[in-house]
Design a protein. Sequence first.
Length: 316
Amino acid sequence: MSGTQAHPRQLSFGIKTTPAHIGYEDIVRVWREADRVPSIEHAWLWDHLVPMFGPADGPVLEGWTLLSALAARTERLGLGLLVSGNRVRPPALLAKMAATVDVIAGGRLTVGLGVGATRRADGGSGGVPAKNAAVDEYAAYGITPVGPAEGVARLAESCAILRLLWTEERVDFDGAYYRLAGGHCEPRPARHLPLLVGGTGTRTLRVAAEHADVWNAPGPPHNDVAFLRERAAVLDRHCADIGRPPEDIVRSVQTHVFWADPERTRATVRELVDAGFGHIVLSLTLPLPASAAHRVAEEIIEPVLAEHRTVPAHAG
């Protein structure tokens, strides 16, 4: 679907459970419940090693190992991380991890990847929450932030490496930042493993145009719908520049669920759908209520799907 197309022809809804300040069994409970709710098609985690909100010394479960466990305990849901930080794991290692999780999941994985935190010219970090939590995260785990241009260039090389390792028997790669000699990934995915690129920067959107099956952006409350429309138009222009049909890239967006005001969340989702986003990820805010998956389906997803089905086929 094009970023400029209103009312995408198909809608899919998923949930995101942020694995900070919450226990493993609570996350498993929500995912297993969601696995039995047909209107929830996919489920997601994040990829941070320290809390980005709440007490800084609170618990956080690591994304890929948790995803592997959840893949083994669900049967139907598509799944992935929104999104893996490219600086946290070398791309060849990530390719191997993803291929393994896709085996465990029986072919349900989408691999999300983003630049991660970057260092600004003034020494700060781009896209950092309050108190520089992302800078603290990198420092805590011995990861050196790089500048934005290098971060995007590394992302582009990683996307290329992932696809090569998933499709070729042996891979030699000589990039500016990553080098492989005889790289291989067995077992390779038995299907085209979808690659999701997350982010809203103009250079990141170029990477999405070149490599992504899905583009994901953080929506309200982080970015308003007008900004997302403009960013989608930038992605369209990048696609035109390289001769790729923009409708080849699924437009995905995240937004928060406000349990006390489901109409507020429904209104936001309607705006996002009108803006051309057809892959909607509902981030389940804490504390989670009982039967959280059923509630989000009944109060948010199913009413919006019912409205969408009434839109004439020629709309947009």
